[in-house]
Ligand binder design. Structure first.
Ligand SMILES: [Zn+2]
Length: 346
């Protein structure tokens, strides 16, 4: 079973079954930068210390780059601890209609390869408050996960998917738009889909000449990442899109996911014309004009809410009682083959 053909079959299987499920790296770093700027001194000191304790693939993490650790686990780093785990923790498959299947939101039936972003954040909050968890082993790990997942839960298509029943009555879904081909995506992106569009929606525009979506490529290649550029973007967005006084910032993960789901229902899916039985769609200039500012607003709000979560836990003057641990879910019978090179996420 270890023939080259079999190994390539696994590579293809993983490439097909692990679609992009994250804001792009620059988007995650914008969230983390905004959050760091709104931490109290105690939380800020803790964040600096915890980020440096997480093992990275190349250089040490800081409170901005730590936001990409969960995506680094899906990259080409064979020796990275926890590599290949936690993939379903990046999203939750709430449907678009009340009759759709309902995901479980209380931890207990989840583990390192199942669950969702709500069960994940509930486990993470326990550890940030000084408790323990069977999967989130350390406070540094909880901090790294929070830095990424508070961003993800604000991406509308991380909390929504289009369910439908197949010919045998079995439920299936479009993987948060990953199965919806965008027919007029950027020419350089041959496999562009609706989820990818939203992952980078904060930097899209519409090219009238070609009729295609355009993505600002200055922030595309992570190897060319520049901390100064990220900071400038974060400061610009924070100044322009600060949440108003009525916006609730306190940790309420289910409410955050429902808010994203509502945006998916009312904007991301509702304002799009689907073709080919919901398998493809064409994006209009009007859609881009709605999506780009909305995505930026979600990044800023995620930054403020991440800061609120970290201030209430790492930065608390008088930490409350240690919360009880959530139980472990079923033992994994199928662990990911971490010898396989997976495609990096968007
Ligand atoms: Zn993610």
């Amino acid at each position: 079973m270890n023939s080259p053909v079999f190994r390539w079959a696994i590579v293809l299987f993983v490439a097909i079954t692990l679609p992009g499920r994250a804001w792009d790296p620059c988007g995650h770093e914008i969230v983390a930068t905004i959050a760091f700027d709104h931490l109290n001194p105690k939380a800020r000191a803790e964040a600096l210390s915890l980020a440096s304790q997480v093992v990275g693939p190349e250089k040490a993490y800081d409170p901005v780059t730590i936001a990409c650790w969960m995506d680094d686990l899906r990259g080409h780093y064979p020796n990275l601890p926890y590599r290949g785990l936690f993939f379903p923790w990046h999203y939750i498959d709430f449907g678009l209609d009340p009759g759709d299947p309902q995901p479980v939101v209380e931890p207990g039936q989840d583990n390192e390869t199942s669950g969702n972003v709500i069960t994940a954040l509930k486990r993470i909050e326990v550890v940030l408050r000084g408790g323990t968890d069977p999967y989130v082993k350390t406070k540094a790990m909880a901090y790294a996960m929070a830095s990424h997942l508070v961003g993800d839960i604000h991406q509308p298509l991380h909390a929504a998917t289009y369910y439908h029943q197949d010919a045998n009555g079995r439920w299936t879904n479009d993987l948060g738009g990953n199965r919806v081909v965008v027919v007029n995506g950027p020419a350089i992106e041959p496999t562009y889909n609706l989820h990818y569009f939203w992952d980078a929606a904060w930097r899209v525009s519409f090219d009238e000449a070609s009729g295609r979506v355009a993505v600002d490529l200055r922030y595309e290649n992570w190897k060319h990442h520049d901390a100064e550029v990220v900071r400038a973007l974060a400061e610009e967005m924070d100044a322009a899109l600060k949440p108003d006084a009525q916006t609730k910032l306190n940790p309420d993960f289910e409410a955050w996911a429902q808010e994203s789901n509502k945006l998916a229902r009312e904007v991301a899916y509702a304002r799009l014309t689907f073709t080919d039985n919901h398998k493809s769609a064409r994006i209009s200039a009007e859609y881009v004009a709605l999506a780009q500012p909305l995505a930026r607003q979600r990044l800023v709000l995620a930054g403020y809410r991440l800061a609120a979560l970290l201030n209430a836990t790492l930065g608390a003057d008088a930490p409350g009682p240690v919360p009880p641990s959530f139980p472990a879910g079923p033992v994994n019978t199928i662990m990911p083959d971490t010898s396989v090179v997976t495609s990096p996420s968007k």
